[in-house]
Design a protein around this ligand. Structure first.
Ligand SMILES: Nc1ncnc2c1ncn2[C@@H]1O[C@H](COP(=O)(O)OP(=O)(O)OP(=O)(O)O)[C@@H](O)[C@H]1O
Length: 272
């Protein structure tokens, strides 16, 4: 036992051969990244289900000498699981690959193409508009594009491509306006599109039951790195969704500081 351990430590000695240590480090980093990607998503439950199924099939086929069952497990269920994995995890795999392609994330420079003053314009505009819409009991869904392009979604709505202005945002969401339904997509300091249909999250919110506006906001934040801001028509509550997670009951100031934090923009100079 002790001899075995000594052999392991001798192999791990970076002075004699750094390869095993580098190997372990890279594998640990890959697992760390994978866990970060799946944290808080439905993948955890799916993986648990697949784990239980695999453990049961291995246990049954090794303990019980039942040939037909063993044949079914090894020739049908296990291969079917491997085919099903890419289909079941399609959004998560897509997100993982997209996050690898996001060079800005790797170098910690925050999000992309927009400069600080454009971002501030958006942060202030969205927060003020959300507060005013909330006070008036008008429902709204605003999506801030980050590194993952949302052009596909925007093209299915109505392209506006206008400089962001609070009255324009309010006008879009007022109940009888032709574009008030669905979501608005913001790119930098511009309103890219309105009336955009977003993918609905499969998470229905348990007993609380999200409505479709909140599920759409959650859906886009799960399938991309976009931030969604929702104003509930029913309660006036302002919520922010990022990475599939929701923070509710925000006011204008709190929403502003959360957006600034997520977009890595300092608000201090602005306040001087
Ligand atoms: N796929 C979608 N993408 C974007 N917006 C959507 C989508 N589906 C529904 N909506 C918006 O959600 C509105 C309906 O909201 P609903 O009341 O069902 O949800 P909710 O989350 O309870 O919102 P609220 O709290 O504002 O009532 C629709 O009028 C539409 O504007």
């Amino acid at each position: 036992m002790l001899e075995g351990l000594n052999r392991v430590f001798a192999r791990l000695n970076p002075l004699s051969d750094p390869k095993p240590l580098i190997d372990i480090l890279i594998v640990a980093l890959i697992f760390y990244w994978l866990l970060g990607v799946i944290r808080g998503t439905r993948v955890v439950q799916l993986l648990r289900g697949i784990g239980v199924l695999l453990a049961l099939s291995i246990l049954l086929s090794s303990v019980l000498p039942l040939d037909t069952l063993r044949w079914l497990l090894t020739n049908a269920i296990q291969p079917a699981l491997f085919v099903a994995i890419p289909v079941l995890f399609q959004p998560e795999l897509r997100r993982a690959l997209e996050s690898l392609g996001r060079t800005n994330d790797l170098f910690g420079r925050g999000f992309g193409r927009a400069n600080r003053s454009e971002l501030l314009e958006t942060i202030n505009g969205v927060s003020r508009a959300a507060q005013q819409l909330s006070q008036q009991g008008v429902g709204a869904l605003m999506v801030l594009e980050r590194e993952v392009g949302l052009q596909d979604y925007a093209d299915r709505g109505v392209i506006i491509d206008a400089r962001l202005a609070i009255p324009l945002l309010l006008n879009i969401f007022y109940p009888n306006s032709p574009l008030h339904d669905m979501a608005v997509i913001l790119r930098g300091n511009r309103i890219l599109a309105a009336n955009v249909v977003l993918p609905l999250s499969e998470d229905v919110g348990g007993p609380r039951r999200y409505g479709t506006r909140h599920r759409a906001a959650k859906g886009i934040s799960e399938q991309s790195d976009a931030i969604a801001v929702v104003v509930s028509e029913e309660t006036g509550a302002i919520s922010l969704m990022n990475d599939g997670r929701m923070v509710s009951y925000l006011n204008e100031a709190r929403l502003r500081s959360m957006l600034a934090g997520l977009l890595k923009v300092s608000l201090e100079e602005n306040e001087k």
